[in-house]
Design a protein around this ligand. Structure first.
Ligand SMILES: [Fe+2]
Length: 245
């Protein structure tokens, strides 16, 4: 079985389409949250996730967009210096989209090739790595410890940090982060920050991937978008300050 693990799509439809096109032979796809915010095409991302029926947990940015949508704190004519990504995203979504985001579960579980998976968007310690076994067991709480056969593992999937990792806390206990489909943390190197990262699990074996994608549509949209300066600069860093063609 081949599983495709994605996370932190952040309204980046071009990156998501590129990953799904390359991994077209995946038997299942799971998303660890943050479908929206900090990118220009939330509606297109939600449409594709719904069309493909991709199971997804709720991320902090999904919750943020829902909260803004329900605060009526958005206006299309808002001054550029007051306008954030979240305003642009909320304006692009309708009530059905917001209801979809609001209904995303906090966690989900599945089994594949004998390994047990538990997926949430983030750890209790925010951006900190999960270093200790008790933290792992806290994530695993709410379900019985699985009866694992030799060679099988209990696996926690988390996103949020946008940093790919696989971390073993015991021979049969590990957590993994697929990385972000959309962009790297701004503290990482500029050039690689523009590639899509994700993981596949093929017959239980975890594989890292990085994929360059055509970001021109995202670049052009972001370049001309009225946004507060700080977020405009972040957008230009993520999607390019110069025309990539
Ligand atoms: Fe994120």
């Amino acid at each position: 079985m081949k599983i495709l693990l994605i996370s932190d799509v952040h309204s980046n439809i071009q990156a998501l389409e590129a990953v799904l096109a390359v991994e077209v032979d995946a038997d299942a796809v799971y998303c660890a949250g943050d479908l929206v915010d900090y990118g220009p095409f939330p509606r297109e991302v939600l449409d594709l996730v719904r069309e493909r029926n991709i199971p997804c947990v709720s991320g902090n940015h999904d919750e943020r967009v829902v909260a803004f949508a329900r605060s009526s704190n958005t206006r299309a004519d808002m001054r550029p210096q007051d306008r954030h990504w979240v305003h642009q995203n909320v304006e692009a979504l309708d009530a059905g989209d917001i209801a979809f985001l609001d209904a995303l579960p906090e966690s989900l579980e599945f089994t594949a090739d004998g390994h047990e998976y538990h997926m949430r968007h983030q750890g209790a310690a925010g951006y900190e790595l999960m270093q200790l076994l008790p933290e792992f067991e806290a994530h695993w709480s709410g379900r019985r410890s699985p009866d694992l056969e030799p060679g099988q593992t209990a696996r926690v999937i988390i996103g949020h940090t946008h940093i790919q990792a696989v971390h073993y806390l015991a021979a049969d206990r590990l957590w993994l982060n697929p990385g972000s489909v959309s962009y790297r943390p701004t503290r990482q190197d500029l050039e690689v920050s523009r590639d899509a990262e994700y993981m596949t699990v093929v017959h239980g074996e975890i594989r890292f991937h990085r994929l360059a994608y055509d970001r021109r549509k995202t670049f052009l949209f972001t370049r001309d978008l009225p946004l507060v300066d700080s977020e405009k600069r972040v957008g230009q860093r993520l999607f390019g300050a110069d025309d990539p063609t």
